[in-house]
Design a protein around this ligand. Sequence first.
Ligand code: ATP
Length: 513
Amino acid sequence: MAQEDVFKKIVSHCKEYGFVFPSSDIYDGLGAVYDYGQNGVELKNNIKQYWWQSMVLLHENIVGLDSAVFMHPTVWKASGHVDAFNDPLIDNRDSKKRYRADVLIEDQIGKYEEKIEKEIAKARKRFGEAFDEAQFRSTNPRVLENEAKKSALHERFAKAMGEMNLDELKQIILDEEIACPISGTRNWTDVRQFNLMFKTEVGSTADGASTIYLRPETAQGIFVNYLNVQKTGRMKIPFGIAQIGKAFRNEIVARQFIFRMREFEQMEMQYFVKPGTELQWFEQWKQTRMAWHQALGFGAENYRFHDHEKLAHYANAASDVEFRMPFGFKEVEGIHSRTDFDLSQHAKFSGRKIEYFDPDINESYTPYVIETSIGVDRMFLSVLCHAYQEEKLEGGDTRVVLKLPAALAPTKLAIMPLVKKEGLPEKAREIMDELKFHFNCKYDEKDSIGKRYRRQDAVGTPFCITIDHETLNDGCVTLRDRDTMQQERVPVSELRARLEDKVSITSLLKKLC
Ligand code: ATP
């Protein structure tokens, strides 16, 4: 099945099974805004818990914070967002559709990459075992030609973005003959800057309302609380502050479902370090964060780092963790070495001294910062994309199954009486009443057992138990594993011990230590 079709299926699966709904659905939705349904909210909470615990429980020197969405407007002047948080936009005059000029060009770079990958896949099939990819890459004329085009484009693009040269961005689009995917034409307007921050007003207009912004990142809430946390927590450098919260960006293009939203959630951690040590910490956090992703078991080949050549004005190193989505490798998380830019700017704009007195060297300095910034929703999407599978079963049947890591699954255990009578529902309820304190259980007595299994497969429940007539005599139930579909008899008294380790976040956290 084409990857595009797989993605469409995932989107409709999300709606059908209560993971993600369009916002204000009865009014036909609101662009790039989504709501999480009964299963989505559980999966999302588990992702957040996995991240939070990996930061705050596993690191003695990382503490949490929950700062407000609204902040003093000068925060965004100091951070550079008022002047520079812009995306270059371009319109197609025929379709009247709006695009991000940089994304159009990045997609074009992606097309060259795809062509190269296709050549390699074809050759691998042809040569089998004997295939030497490195040699093929360095000698095949079509690969070399596409590599050359790709790197020339990349270089030109990076330069234009670095200088924010809008005319050059348009010229690249024209030279590469990039057409609008809707109208198919190349009738483009000029490229313009567009600030992504949402504005609103605080206070009643009568006594002078002032313009404030919905925060476009959670990080600034951490920077402005650096002194509060450092002092009250008596934190010694290096230390980190972690926060999970909503962020808002007036994204030009609403695309790819929850990949790019106007209201989304971030999990950010700012790690304050001694100047001069930041690049070591940057490398260390890259490894730590990659290990966090890979502990989910989705396969190392589905991740890669993308090191930035064009750095934001505040950064001296930056790298993205990219995951293989059905629409290509895409950024899920950014790891940035932000220097002392933010703290220095806030010191300048607030007139406060924002420093750290280092008792080891008897000196004060402005700490440098390594940031790890991951989108909850993008992470959610990557988990779902990897988990969604359509399997052919013996006998010609198919099943749709979400092979979610058990620790992230919305429901851990479905409890099913074989029939709705003869004391089986009562026994099932009794088991549920004991286990519900330990993990998320769902009771289900409707339809045949086969149909109930399919329903649980579709929402990723890793285990089901069936209570039958024998249970009343021998105290055992049938435990069914989602992935292998194997069934075994297990004493009710052993269920908790058997499952708890497999379904708890602790099982993931232990892989990180
Ligand atoms: P992109 O280049 O895709 O716009 P970005 O580089 O602007 O992303 P950052 O500012 O580094 O993103 O934000 C950190 C993380 O927040 C991203 O890696 C992503 O997971 C998430 N994120 C950013 N913008 C959005 C959005 N509009 N919708 C959902 N998640 C987002």
